[in-house]
Design a protein around this ligand. Structure first.
Ligand code: NAP
Length: 338
């Protein structure tokens, strides 16, 4: 592409393939950072100060940094969650925020189900026992797990991922499905026989409680000590959403005291999970390092969608996935008027 068409500058951080970087470079000057840490933060800020677009996974951005980026028009995050980004400040500045829903839904639901299987059947604990030479006789009841099939699955947040988890449970494992969401889900009710419940009722009834809500002010500590106390002592909690949706110390206490039986956790208040967290040493807890969407195929698809979102937005198309699409619509109508 001719040099004069490169009217944009893009800062790209992590997770992009060579082909994707090339696609960006065809239309923009690209400053690529494999990672941003203390050692290159100043270089990152210099690049950001000239950028029209920012794309990447785990983007670190705050209001003060935005103030140093006067040309910024689009932030394209390689994630569906955007709780790590300052949406209010982006809105005030009229900066479009794009994310990558849908392409990661099935993979993240697979991860949730892996955690369900692992916690119910104690897979990690028992695999470790075999690895450590502890399998010396036929195993007895002290090593038995509990069934997955036919258990009641409670989905807290039956959106895209929650619904995909519910489908696996209902159609694959014959599980009755309960759910919460901000609005009712007639399709889930019709096709899976799912039933909507108030959160407290779901916690009372479910054998497995699966968290798939976005993190925001309303969902901060949605699962606190009170919520955990409502769960059956035989129940398991699965969290693939965000760590701060759950009051982690309260969860640790519930797991220690037998308030609930087990937990399968992909997300934590602090990530990476500190090695001295009690969660790493509990047999009834399965921890994974935030791998919800982490397959080759899905990460590639997410990065591609983020590239398409960014380029589309820069050239003025209505973006495929915009969190604050009103910002785009407003600026598009301003452009028409001027
Ligand atoms: P989504 O389609 O927006 O689903 C979120 C669901 O939560 C919706 O059904 C929504 O209700 C419901 N909800 C929102 N606030 C609620 C509240 N206070 N109480 C009960 N339900 C509430 O989002 P998604 O694509 O499924 O993703 C969900 C979250 O998963 C993301 O935000 C992200 O944080 C997390 N995630 C994690 C990983 C990982 O690697 N572990 C990967 C992908 C996503 P309505 O449908 O009525 O609006």
């Amino acid at each position: 592409m001719a040099e004069q068409t490169k009217k944009w500058r893009i800062v790209a951080v992590r997770r992009l393939s060579e082909a994707q970087l090339e696609a960006l470079s065809e239309v923009a000057e690209v400053d690529y950072f494999e990672d941003v840490d203390e050692s290159n933060h100043a270089d990152f800020m210099t690049a950001l100060s000239k950028a029209h677009g920012l794309i990447g996974g785990k983007l670190e951005l705050n209001e003060a940094m935005l103030a140093e980026a006067p040309a910024l028009q689009v932030v394209s995050t390689i994630s569906v969650g955007y709780d790590h980004l300052p949406l209010g400040a982006l809105n005030r500045r009229g900066i479009l925020l794009c994310n990558t829903p849908d392409v990661l839904t099935e993979t993240t639901a697979d991860t949730a189900f892996a955690l369900i299987m692992a916690t119910q059947r104690r897979l990690v604990e028992l695999a470790n026992m075999v690895r450590e030479g502890g399998w010396r006789a036929h195993i007895g009841a002290e090593h038995f797990g509990v069934d997955v099939h036919s258990k009641t699955l409670g989905i807290v947040g039956a959106g895209r991922i929650g619904a995909a988890i519910a489908r696996r449970g209902a159609l694959g494992f014959g599980m009755p499905i309960l759910y919460t969401a901000s609005s009712s889900k007639p399709a889930l009710e019709q096709h899976l026989g799912a039933q909507r419940r108030e959160l407290n009722d779901l916690l009372d009834e479910a054998d497995i409680v699966c968290i798939s809500v976005p993190y925001n002010d309303d969902t901060h500590h949605l699962i606190d000590a009170h919520a955990l106390a409502r769960m059956k002592p035989t129940a398991a909690l699965i969290n693939i959403a965000r760590g701060k949706v759950v009051d982690e110390p309260a969860l640790i206490e519930a797991l220690r005291s037998g308030g609930i039986r087990a937990a399968g956790l992909d997300v934590f208040v602090e990530e990476p999970l500190p090695s001295n967290s009690p969660l790493t040493a509990m047999d009834n807890v399965v921890t994974t390092p935030h791998i919800g969407s982490a397959t080759h195929e899905t990460r590639e698809a997410m990065a591609q969608l983020a590239v398409d979102n960014l380029l589309g937005a820069l050239i003025g198309c209505e973006p495929i996935n915009a969190v604050n699409v009103n910002v785009w619509r407003r600026s598009a109508s301003d452009d028409k008027e001027t």
